[in-house]
Each structure stands twice: as C-alpha cells, then as structure tokens.
Write a protein that binds this ligand. Structure first.
Ligand SMILES: *Cc1c(COP(=O)(O)O)cnc(C)c1O
Length: 377
C-alpha cells in the first residue's frame, strides 16, 4: 500500500518536524471528508480518547505524587505547538491570575514572551541554559509570592536537550495547590508520563514530535475541572481552549477548518505507536539511539554540552570540537550523505544539535556515525 510513497532523500535528525513513516505519509495522499461520523467520531474522538490513555501511561514512571483519580480530556488545536502553549496560557490564567514561569532555554523564554503579549502577570525563575531548575528554590519562590496561582515548566528543554525535573517540580507545585502547566512538546509519547500521578493540570504537546505525525496541529491534555474554569478567560477568539473543548465535546468537530490530512496522519501515527509496543518501547528506542549517538560522537571528538544525568533521550547538543569548526560545511557534507542536523540555539557556547526522535533507529545512528567519521577523519 505504501509503495507509491516516495522515499525521503535524507533522514531528519531534528526535533520536529521529524522523519515519519511511509504509513503516516501515505495518509496524506488522498482527500478525506470531515462532515460525518467517519471523521468526527471515528478519527477525532478516537484520537482524543487515545491521547488521554497515553497521558495515564504508568509502567515506568517514578511514583511520586500519587493523588486522587482525575478526569482528563484532550483538546486538539490548529497550528504548531506554540499556538497551543499560547492558547493554554491565555485560557488558563484568569484576569487576576499570576504565573511563575521557569526558564532555562528558548521555549521557557517563549512562554515569557507570550505572557508579555497576552498581558498575563508573571514572575520568572530564570536560569542559564545549562542549569537545571532547583525544586527547593521553586518552593521558596512560591512561598514568597503567595499570589502566584499557576506554574509553567518545560519538560524537555529542546534548546539544549535538558530533561527538567518534572516529578520533583510537580511535587513542590502541587503541595502548594498551584495549577501546573507543562510544555511536554518534545517528550510526550517518547517518555512515559502519568499526568494523574504527577497532578499535572495542563500538558501541551504537538503532532510532529514523539507521536511522529506531521506538523499542523497540537493538543492539550487537561483536567476537566481545570478546563471548566477557563470559560471566558481567553485573550484571543481562535486560541480559546475552553470553546474549542466545548465544540469537540459535542460532536468531535473543530471550531474552524481542521487540518484533515494531518489529523488522519496523526491517527495512523497513533496506530504505529501501538504497533511498536507503546510509549515504553519507543522510550527504549530513543534512549538507545541517544546512547549510541553520544558514545559514538565522543569517540569522534565531539563532546556533549550537558552531563549525562541532565541529558534527555530526545536531542543532544554537541560543543564545536575546535573554535574554528565550520558547522555550515559539516552540515552540508552530512546532508549530502543523507542526514539533516540542527544548528545550536545557545547564547553562550558554540554548539550544534542532533535529534534522535522520529522514524529513526539504531542502524540509522550507526550510519550517521560512519558518515561523520569519514568527513572528519
Ligand atoms: C517544538 C517545541 C515547541 C513548539 O514549537 P513550534 O515550532 O511552535 O511547534 C515548544 N516547546 C518545546 C519544548 C518544543 O520542543
């Protein structure tokens, strides 16, 4: 069935859009109607139910904040991941709300920019990009600022590849009764997370990251009780999480045109996640990819930016091996051999990044290492 789908000339080692399977891409090759139950019930509602199931992924997670059983629901939203982060900040914060935003990279910074534009009151716990947020410090900040109602954290900070301490932060935040918003864009579906266990109120992720769909929409998994409180808060007509949720609850319909092909492809991607064995198996594959990559690159003279205990299995930042390293030339040579790398995004150090999520397997990482060896020897 997928024979007519052309092969890709290169593998994307970027953290989204990323390389997708032929099965996912083949879902884009025809037109689909959106008006009847085939789509609304069969695809949209099915996706929402399955996202909630994934949000309760229990097997491997640290048990740390076991709470009562909450009712979660999923809201799909047009646009890239940032649109859904903005929809969440703009809808979850009431007019008199105040949010603590934890930042140690570009995606935390983006939430600060959003709060500025939305005129949401915030305080920032800002760290250098290579430093991990300290949960005790967060507790102190919350105690010193009792008017803070919400806390936002990026789970995997894709800027560096750092995995922030979600579990410990959730404990501190939930012990103080604050609403927790997590940007799990580059981790959800690739790292086991149990929202109920952690008490997460809103989690945002998108179609084109670890679920391995194509770009075009994102989603928010939230406690129903928390979504109910969002009525009338939105600072935008389109990015209104509450209204989008209400419309989807009725019949699986989106407010305004849905990205049909992308949604179909995402449904196929969910099927393929199941077929792979679920989040645990995908997590194991990503970890194996990352370990092979980090070890192999170190042998070739490329040191990782982060110590291993802060490193996520999603994307790795490598320091330039020499001050005069020509990344542009290196990038071109590697691309010509079938791999697309990712430039760095750090303000202080010269780095580049290699992602290992998507339709990428250990054999691909081994081929990449051979290519890098040939180019740099
Ligand atoms: C990809 C990503 C986003 C969203 O980026 P878009 O370009 O809007 O899709 C947000 N946060 C993190 C941590 C990400 O990795």
């Amino acid at each position: 069935m997928y024979e007519s789908v052309p092969d890709n000339p290169y593998i994307l080692l970027t953290p989204g859009p990323l390389s997708t399977s032929k099965g996912v891409r083949s879902a884009l090759l025809r037109d689909w109607c959106t008006w009847d139950a085939d789509y609304n019930e069969g695809i949209v509602q099915d996706i929402r139910r399955r996202l909630v199931q994934l949000a309760r992924w229990r097997s491997n997670v640290d048990r740390c904040c076991s709470g009562k059983n909450e009712n979660y629901t999923a809201v799909l939203m047009q646009g890239s991941g940032s649109f859904s982060v903005e929809a969440t900040l703009g809808s979850a914060l009431p007019p008199d709300g105040r949010i603590l935003i934890i930042t140690n990279g570009a995606y935390g910074q983006r939430m600060v920019q959003m709060a500025d534009v939305l005129q949401v009151d915030y305080i920032e716990y800002a760290l250098p990009e290579t430093e991990c947020p300290d949960p005790h410090k967060i507790g102190t900040l919350l105690d010193e600022n009792p008017d803070v109602t919400h806390v936002a954290l990026v789970h995997c900070e894709t800027t560096t590849g750092m995995l922030n301490p979600l579990c410990a932060v959730a404990q501190v935040v939930k012990a103080r009764g604050k609403t927790l918003i997590v940007d799990a864009m580059s981790s959800f579906g690739g790292i086991p997370i149990d929202l109920n266990e952690l008490g997460i109120d809103f989690l945002v992720s998108s179609a084109n990251k670890c679920i391995q769909g194509v770009p075009g929409f994102a989603f928010v998994i939230a406690k129903q009780d928390e979504l109910q409180k969002c009525r009338g808060n939105a600072r935008s007509l389109c990015l209104d999480l509450f209204s989008q949720w209400q419309e989807m609850e009725k019949s699986g319909k989106w407010r305004y045109t849905s990205p049909t092909h992308v949604v179909r492809a995402f449904h196929q991607a969910l099927n393929e996640l199941d077929a792979e064995g679920g989040v645990d198996v995908r997590y194991a594959r990503y970890r194996q990819n990352q370990r092979l990559l980090a070890e192999g690159m170190a042998e070739l003279g490329f040191q990782p930016l982060l110590p291993a205990d802060l490193q996520s299995p999603i994307i790795t930042s490598f320091l330039y091996p020499r001050p005069d390293f020509d990344f542009a030339a290196f990038y071109r040579q590697v691309k010509a051999q079938g791999f697309v790398l990712y430039p760095g995004k750090l303000s202080r150090a010269n780095t580049f990044r290699i992602g290992n999520i998507g339709e990428v397997y250990p054999k691909d990482i081994q081929r990449l290492l051979q290519v890098v060896w040939r180019i740099t020897r």
